[in-house]
Design a protein around this ligand. Structure first.
Ligand code: OGA
Ligand code: NI
Length: 359
C-alpha cells in the first residue's frame, strides 16, 4: 500500500450535510456525463430481476431440490454475477436493528461523525469520496468503512461509539454474515467442480478478510443527473449486500442494460467480486453495478465484503485451466490489486479486464 497518500487532495464535502442545506441545484462535481446518468423511469429492463434463491433448498431431504437450488446459484454466478438469498440464516431482527443504528449514526451532528473522518491511507472510518485524484467526479453518498477480519486489523475504537449499541451490533452482524459467507463459498466451490474448501483456502484458510462498508445515500434534489455510487465491480471476493428494500437504487449490468434490483423482504444480495472471477478463470463474473438516488427518500445499505487476505496470491484454479481454456489472468496479491481502485476511484470493469493475460 502506498503509505505516502495520507490525506485528501481537497476539502471533503459531506453529502448528507449538503443535502440538508436545502440546495435545489447540485454542484457540478456530482453531475454525471449524460451517458452515465440513470434513465428516467429507473431502468431499461423493468421486468427483469436478479435470480432469487431460497437457501432452505440447499438442505432439503429431496436430492432433486438440493441439485436445482445449487444449479440456480451456478447459473446466476455465470450469467448475472448476482443473486439474492432468502432464508439465509441471518436474523432479520439483527439486520433491521443494524440498519437503524447506522441510520442514526449518519444523522448525528457533523462534529460527532468527523471524529471518525477517514483518509485514503486505509479508508477506515467516515468517508465521502473514493479515489485520491484531485478533481475526480463525486458520488452522492457518504459511507463508513471498517475492518472486521483478520483480527489484527480489527479495532473497535475506530468504529462509532454512538449510537451506544453500534459496536456490539457490528460484531453480532459480522459474525452472522461470516457464517453465511462460509456456506456460500462452499457452494460456489462445489459448483465450480472444486473441493468444497477451495475458495476458502484461496482466500487465506482459517483467517480470511472481512470488512464492511455502510453506504448512506441522502435525498438528492436532482437524482436524474447523478449517481449514489458510480458503476464499478467489487474488487474483493464475494459481497453480501443488505440493500434497502424501501428504496430502489441498486442497478446491475446485464446483457448491456441496467437492471434495477427488486429485493425480496429480508434478503441479502450476493455478488461475485473480481477475485472470484480470477480464481474461476472467468467462469463466474464480477459484474458492474451502480446506485441511483432519490429525491424523496434516503437509502442505507450495508455491504459486507468477504475477501482474500491482502497477501494471498490469487490466480486461476489449476483445475479450471487447460489447453482449450488457458489461464486468463496472471497471479496477483489482493493488496496489489486493490491499490488501483483506491487511486482511481470507481471505474467500471477496467481493472479486471486490463489484468487479462495477452493471448
Ligand atoms: C458497494 C455497493 C450497492 C448499494 O458498496 O460496493 O455496490 O446498494 N453498494 O449500496
Ligand atoms: Ni459494489
Amino acid at each position: 500500500m502506498n503509505n505516502a497518500v495520507t490525506s485528501w487532495p481537497e476539502p471533503v464535502v459531506r453529502v448528507r450535510e449538503l443535502s440538508e442545506s436545502g440546495i435545489r441545484v447540485i454542484p457540478d462535481r456530482y453531475v454525471k456525463k449524460p451517458a452515465d446518468r440513470p434513465e428516467p423511469g429507473g431502468g431499461a429492463e423493468a421486468r427483469l430481476n436478479i435470480p432469487v434463491v431460497d437457501m432452505v433448498g440447499l438442505y432439503s431431504s429431496d436430492e432433486g431440490v438440493r441439485r436445482r437450488t445449487a444449479e440456480t446459484i451456478d447459473v446466476a454466478c455465470r450469467e448475472w454475477g448476482f443473486f439474492q438469498v432468502v432464508n439465509h440464516g441471518v436474523s432479520p431482527e439483527l439486520m433491521r436493528r443494524s440498519r437503524q443504528i447506522w441510520r442514526e449514526f449518519f444523522e448525528l451532528p457533523l462534529e460527532e461523525k468527523l471524529k471518525y473522518a477517514n483518509t485514503p491511507r486505509t479508508y477506515e472510518g467516515y468517508g465521502s469520496r473514493l479515489g485520491i485524484e484531485k478533481g475526480i467526479s463525486l458520488d452522492w453518498s457518504d459511507y463508513f468503512y471498517l475492518h472486521y477480519n483478520p483480527l489484527r486489523l480489527r479495532d473497535p475504537n475506530k468504529w462509532p461509539s454512538l449510537p451506544v449499541s453500534c459496536r456490539e451490533a457490528v460484531e453480532e452482524y459480522s459474525e452472522e454474515a461470516i457464517l453465511l459467507c462460509e456456506k456460500l463459498l462452499k457452494i460456489l466451490s462445489l459448483n465450480l467442480g472444486l473441493p468444497e474448501d477451495y475458495l476458502g483456502r484461496a482466500f487465506g484458510g482459517d483467517d480470511v478478510g472481512a470488512c464492511m462498508r455502510v453506504n448512506y445515500y441522502p435525498k438528492c434534489p436532482q437524482p436524474e443527473l447523478t449517481l449514489g455510487l458510480s458503476s464499478h465491480s467489487d474488487p474483493g471476493g464475494m459481497t453480501l449486500l443488505y440493500p434497502d428494500e424501501n428504496v430502489a437504487g441498486l442497478q446491475v449490468r446485464h446483457a448491456g442494460k441496467w437492471v434495477t434490483v427488486k429485493p425480496a423482504a429480508d434478503a441479502f444480495i450476493v455478488n461475485i467480486g473480481d477475485q472470484i472471477q480470477v480464481l474461476s478463470n472467468s467462469t463466474y463474473k464480477s459484474v458492474e453495478h451502480r446506485v441511483m438516488v432519490s429525491s424523496e427518500k434516503t437509502r442505507l445499505s450495508m455491504a459486507f465484503f468477504y475477501n482474500p487476505l491482502g497477501d494471498a496470491v490469487i490466480k486461476p484454479a489449476e483445475e479450471l485451466v487447460s489447453e482449450e481454456s488457458p489461464a486468463m489472468y496472471p497471479a496477483t496479491t489482493f493488496d496489489e490489486y486493490r491499490m488501483y481502485m483506491r487511486l482511481k476511484g470507481t471505474s467500471g470493469k477496467s481493472q479486471v479486464e486490463s489484468l487479462k493475460s495477452p493471448r
